[in-house]
Write a protein that binds this ligand. Structure first.
Ligand SMILES: NC(=O)c1ccc[n+]([C@@H]2O[C@H](COP(=O)([O-])OP(=O)(O)OC[C@H]3O[C@@H](n4cnc5c(N)ncnc54)[C@H](OP(=O)(O)O)[C@@H]3O)[C@@H](O)[C@H]2O)c1
Length: 276
């Protein structure tokens, strides 16, 4: 094992690696099998998929083919928008387990908040049931903004343990991060490598100052503020590069410089507007 990952702790005491591998747009078969093998060999222990990615089966097969012990990894999936609501959330969770060839998940997340508050709470009640029945070790949400989290917290029995959001220096919402910190909700960063658009001059110059790549600087910037990035790569060298971020520290001044780059620049929907 090459990367040395430390563990964070969720608000229910469950441990979670400080970074992981996202598999959005990773193709089932050789591409997934090889990427999962390289990742595991290099020290990755967290794998993030979703019903929406249509590759849960591919990930399940890759984990099986590579004989990766289930208890060694933190496995995450997400309920698809079309499966929200109490009954379908429970049923589709079972379908996810089958596709992933497992009998529990380490985390199950609500993929999008949507604008229908009643549906949001029905979905969350199902998440609570899965959690209290011991089928999932933690539950959480994705793309929830402060007011959506406030509503959920005011109406839930089990508090969300994770909010997975787009988080880069260009999409850095201090208010949301502060709210999550105060409420012990672990933030997880999706799209941490600017979705591959890494030809950003200022980031590149700063990274060169540390003798690191832009990808490494962006990932280190996340973990250094207690946020779990889940970069996607299918490439052996890039997988290794992305996990090799524990041998340097970004100065406080540079952290502030990166935080100040925020432009509220999203690469996906605005959670306050997007509905389904
Ligand atoms: N909850 C949500 O709503 C949500 C939304 C989007 C994504 N996600 C999750 O977050 C994960 C990460 O986000 P993402 O996949 O959209 O974007 P990302 O991780 O920011 O970027 C992935 C892209 O960067 C490339 N890349 C990886 N490492 C690199 C490196 N060291 N140097 C240069 N290029 C590199 C990859 O290409 P190669 O594969 O060829 O290396 C791929 O094209 C997803 O896989 C998914 O699990 C969640």
């Amino acid at each position: 094992m090459k990367g040395r990952l430390i563990m964070f702790r969720l608000n229910n005491g469950v441990e979670i690696p400080e970074m992981g591998l996202g598999v959005y747009k990773m193709n089932a078969g050789k591409e997934m099998d090889d990427a999962v093998r390289y990742a595991y060999e290099q020290g990755y222990r967290l794998f993030d998929t979703a019903q929406m990615y249509k590759n849960e089966s591919g990930l399940g097969e890759a984990l099986e083919k590579n004989r990766i012990p289930r208890q060694d990894i933190f496995l995450i999936s997400k309920v698809d928008n079309c499966n929200q609501g109490y009954g379908r959330t429970i049923e589709s969770f079972g379908e996810s387990l089958e596709r992933l060839k497992t009998d529990y998940l380490d985390s199950f997340l609500v993929h999008w908040p949507g604008q229908n508050r009643e549906r949001m709470l029905d979905t969350w009640k199902a998440m609570e049931k899965l959690y209290t029945d011991g089928k999932v070790r933690s539950i959480g949400v994705c793309n929830f903004e402060v007011c959506q989290l406030e509503y959920l917290l005011a109406n839930c029995k089990v508090r969300p343990m994770i909010d997975q959001i787009e988080h880069t220096p260009f999409m850095h919402d201090e208010k949301l991060l502060g709210f999550c910190r105060e409420n012990e909700i672990q933030v997880m960063a999706w799209g941490p490598l600017l979705r591959g658009n890494l030809d950003e001059d200022e980031i590149g110059r700063m990274a060169a100052g540390y003798n690191k790549t832009s990808a490494q600087l962006l990932l280190r910037w996340n973990v250094q503020q207690g946020i779990i990035p889940i970069p996607k790569s299918k490439n052996k060298e890039r997988l290794l590069q992305n996990i090799s971020i524990s041998d340097f520290e970004i100065t406080e001044e540079d952290m502030k410089r990166m935080n100040a780059m925020n432009q509220n620049k999203r690469t996906s929907y605005d959670p306050m507007v997007f509905d389904f």
